[in-house]
Design a protein around this ligand. Sequence first.
Ligand SMILES: O=c1ccn([C@@H]2O[C@H](COP(=O)(O)O)[C@@H](O)[C@H]2O)c(=O)[nH]1
Length: 236
Amino acid sequence: MNPAPIAVALDAPDLETAARWASLVTPHVSTVKVGLELYLRYGPDVVASVRGASRIQVFLDLKLHDIPATVAGATRAVARLKPAFLTVHAAGGQAMIRAAVEAAPATKIAAVTVLTSLRDADLDAIGLAGPASDAVRRLAALAVGAGAQALVCSPQEAAAVRAEVGPDITLITPGVRPAGAANQDQARVATPEDALAAGADLLVIGRPITGASDPGAAAAAVAAVLRKLPRPEPLA
Ligand SMILES: O=c1ccn([C@@H]2O[C@H](COP(=O)(O)O)[C@@H](O)[C@H]2O)c(=O)[nH]1
């Protein structure tokens, strides 16, 4: 059975827990995601630890945001870990995104548009022209224009972003909550079914899976729901 298009966010306090979660979910999902908490605590070795002996994709969610030369250097430093995806902030601008793309030819650079924890009122406070849906589309077009091969947005914007950037860009959506799960600090959310129907390619799900008493069973349950959905018609 094909693993489901889910990236489980391994936001664990220690490496043993992250590696245990990874081994439990690996039979059911395509990807595990390493974020700032684990990477800053354990460094590059964390990638091998969560991969184990499996061939699971690793998504390195470091959200780089700096001047182009610094981002190019940081991207080169992690490219040797062969992550399938590496995130940068789209708001870093086109030269920065291009620098990351050129520094890691074997990794898809995923540009984070507007964090899924932000609401329209937060964008006003930051001084980013909203609403969030407009800002996401604007940043998505900017990032793709600079060569980003993937985009991070909320499932609520996935359909509009897909219409904006076409079929070849990988759309990654955090802010995914199975029916009945708490939103926690996520603001712009949708269910896994709705995220996939809106055109997302990879659903990021963390605490609803890792906070379950059996993360393997929780991942298998979401994967089973996705497998039951009708497949989209191939484009003519
Ligand atoms: O806009 C963004 C970008 C990244 N994230 C990351 O995704 C996971 C979500 O975890 P949950 O436990 O499912 O909320 C987390 O690692 C974030 O750093 C995001 O949420 N939103």
